[in-house]
Design a binder for this molecule. Structure first.
Ligand SMILES: [Zn+2]
Length: 79
């Protein structure tokens, strides 16, 4: 059994699988936010992180993490 620290709430949790980086509680929320951001970017190509944040209310920290993990692509990262 492997333990990890949740990237969202920074609590310890037991990993179900190796690549799991958020706890079960946050996982659902994270999926919802990912879908929201992905849909937003699909409809608003070229949007900046700030645009995404203002329109979706998904925390900038989370958006930046999605970018780092290459789940989404933001063209304009200067804002
Ligand atoms: Zn968590």
């Amino acid at each position: 059994m492997e333990r990890g620290i949740c990237k969202r709430c920074e609590r310890f949790f037991i990993k179900d699988h190796k690549n799991q980086d958020v706890c079960e509680k946050c996982y659902q929320k994270e999926r919802e936010e990912y879908e929201t951001v992905k849909d937003y970017l699909f409809q608003n190509k070229g949007a900046s992180i700030m645009n995404v944040y203002l329109d979706t209310k998904v925390p900038i920290k989370t958006i930046e993490r999605f970018i780092r993990e290459e789940k989404i692509t933001i063209v304009d990262t200067n804002t």
